[in-house]
Write a protein that binds this ligand. Structure first.
Ligand code: M6R
Length: 587
């Protein structure tokens, strides 16, 4: 399961009846090196590979976590939203925490709730925790037992052949070297495993035995949850990504947002006079959408710089300037250099980062995590969607400090909450997009066009296509075609047009007329119910209606799928395109 996280790992088991925990920062190899040559005689144990959400990747923050009395060990995937409240209550009751991880709360809560019955203690604990979990628990008080539970994070029970025992894991991939017979747990369910038996319960009720299923994947496939490539898996996660990026951050009744990582810099955000975004590649395009969002809704001047250029800029920055770096990996060398440069010039620096504890997150004064899990495919997809969601949240926060009304903020947040369902609708059109991809896979050039907020999406669509299919593709503002690129257009050029029903709809329609008149082949992304675009376009992908400022979040999804299916059609190595790396740590 190393692909799920690789910043630290650990195990807990019983050594001569005593709960023993071994954990190590870094790759799994660090843990196996420590364990090598050691022998344990335990029939019950926990293991965990961490992808940090709270707290840096250190030995202490690695799982399993234990309680004060060293009697309970837990492993947890997910996030505890009411961490602050629970932690301060537990501390008041005398519990001592040894890590910054939110997960450690489980160990202490179970300790507090244990009165001779582990299952009851876990059930009581789950009632007190808000958030998402895939949880595993063992206890020295009942050393023949594993209790596991899930809500919002996956959990699978594996049944070993010849009654040899059971496994529980958050991914079926972990089971496959040992068994193919599994039982999938549903949200809200808890499983108690003792000796040769297991029982599943749902809240207070014990459920009937559930039939097991036989997995017919091999290991490599299962790591991708059955998807052929990580890229497709990550695109398919995008509806969930919107939920994860918003989780615990929206205050619907107040028409505001709460971004925990920015609490300490709220006064500087309120008095900021200018924002400069710095980033590379896909993250740079997210910044360009951030520019539209903040300038139009907040009224603050925003500039966007390529980090690789900004690092050498001679700009004048002052204390009223905030430099915000966006980076999925948090390790991009140019982005890091840009932050260091901004600090030297006297600006406050913030980060929007997916990888917890990464260099960008450590070197900025404050920031916001995406919390969307590891992105493995080199082509960034789900991280981009999350970056856009977070920029919308940041826009609301800055706007509410300035001119945005409560009603407008409520409207935006309400509609943001509708996007997961709308993204699902788009993902269901994957076959339509695959058909379009087949038709154009042999093309040698593409142009992507859009206006306003969707111009950066045109750039991103072109970047996705070129990086994984090796087709030459360019993104243009639709109104700019007539100033030069229109000379290229003939019947061999597919033109991908972003034309939602927004404030520039009619203008973009005219730009499509210009392409059609030169026999360009238009593939349009239009709004459901639109009747005009199909008169001009060869193919139309219809997207649900949303607020104009949120259209980029929907529009990018079919472009990612289009790039994916074209690359697949061309037989390209999609997850690891030639010449590229996931994290660019050199200048
Ligand atoms: O990890 P980062 O977000 O800092 O990476 C920035 C770019 O290297 C990255 O977005 C790159 O452009 C992707 N391969 C695009 O899909």
């Amino acid at each position: 399961m190393e692909y799920r996280g690789y910043d630290s790992s650990g195990i807990a088991l019983f050594d001569q009846g005593k709960l023993t925990v071994v954990k190590k920062q870094g790759k799994l190899g660090n843990l196996t090196a420590v364990l090598s040559g050691k022998e344990f005689n335990s029939t019950v144990g926990l293991g965990h590979i961490r992808w940090a959400t709270h707290g840096e990747p250190t030995d202490q923050n690695a799982h399993p976590h234990v309680d004060c009395g060293h009697k309970f060990a837990i492993v947890h995937n997910g996030i505890i939203e009411n961490m602050a409240e629970l932690k301060s209550r537990l501390k008041r009751d005398g519990h001592v925490f040894t890590s910054q991880s939110d997960s450690e709360i489980f160990a202490h809560l179970i300790e507090k709730n244990y009165h001779g019955n582990l299952v009851q203690a876990v059930k009581q604990t789950l009632l007190e925790v808000k958030g998402a979990y895939g949880l595993g628990v063992i206890s020295a008080a009942e050393p023949d037992k594993i209790v596991a539970a899930r809500l919002g994070s996956p959990l699978v029970l594996g049944i070993l052949p010849e009654q040899e025992g059971f496994l529980v894991a958050s991914d079926v991939a972990a089971m496959l070297p040992f068994t193919k017979e599994v039982v999938y747990l549903e949200d809200g369910e808890l499983v108690e495993i003792t000796g040769e038996q297991y029982s599943i319960s749902n809240g207070k009720t014990r459920l009937d035995k559930r039939d097991s299923q036989t997995v017919d994947w091999d290991l490599a496939e299962a790591e991708k949850e059955g998807y052929e490539h990580f890229m497709l898996k990550e695109i398919m996660e995008e509806s969930k990504v919107v939920v994860e990026s918003m989780r615990g951050r929206v205050l619907p009744d107040e028409g505001n947002v709460k971004l925990g990582g920015l609490i300490d810099v709220m006064p500087q955000l309120a008095s900021a006079k200018r924002i400069i975004f710095v980033a590379c590649g896909t993250a740079h395009y997210a910044c360009r959408i951030g520019e539209y969002l903040i300038e139009s809704q907040v009224g603050l001047p925003v500039e966007v710089e390529y980090a690789s250029e900004f690092r050498y800029s001679e700009a004048t920055l002052d204390q009223g300037t905030i430099v915000i770096a966006i980076s999925q990996s948090g390790e991009t060398a140019d982005t890091l250099a840009a932050i260091r440069h901004a600090k030297k010039l006297g600006a406050l620096t913030l980060g929007i980062v997916n990888v917890v504890g990464s260099s960008v997150s450590r070197e900025t004064t404050a920031g916001i995590y995406n919390h969307v899990g590891p992105e493995i495919s080199v082509a960034s997809t789900k991280a981009f969607v999350s970056q856009l969601v977070i920029l919308v949240l940041l826009m609301v926060l800055l706007g509410r400090q300035r001119r945005m009304t409560v009603d407008r903020a409520k409207e935006i947040l309400r509609e943001l909450g509708q996007l997961p369902g709308k993204i699902k609708e788009i993902l269901q059109q994957q076959e339509v997009i695959q058909e379009i991809a087949k038709r154009y896979a042999a093309s040698t050039n593409f142009i992507f066009i859009g206006r306003k907020l969707n111009y950066p999406i045109a750039l991103e669509g072109a970047l996705k296509l070129k990086e994984i299919s090796y087709i030459h593709a360019e993104g243009y503002p639709a109104g700019e075609l007539k100033h030069g690129p229109l000379a290229l257009i003939d019947q061999t050029w597919p033109v991908v047009a972003l034309i939602p029903q927004d404030s520039v709809y009619e203008k973009t329609l005219s730009n499509l007329q210009e392409v059609k008149a030169r026999q360009g082949k238009i593939i349009a992304l239009a709004t459901v119910g639109d009747t005009q675009v199909k008169e001009l376009a060869e193919q139309v992908i219809y997207l649900p209606k949303t607020l104009e400022i949120l259209t980029p979040i929907l529009n990018v999804v079919p472009l990612q799928l289009l790039a994916y299916y074209i690359a697949k059609e061309r037989g390209c190595p999609i997850d690891q395109p030639r010449n590229l790396a996931k994290s660019v740590t050199v200048e």
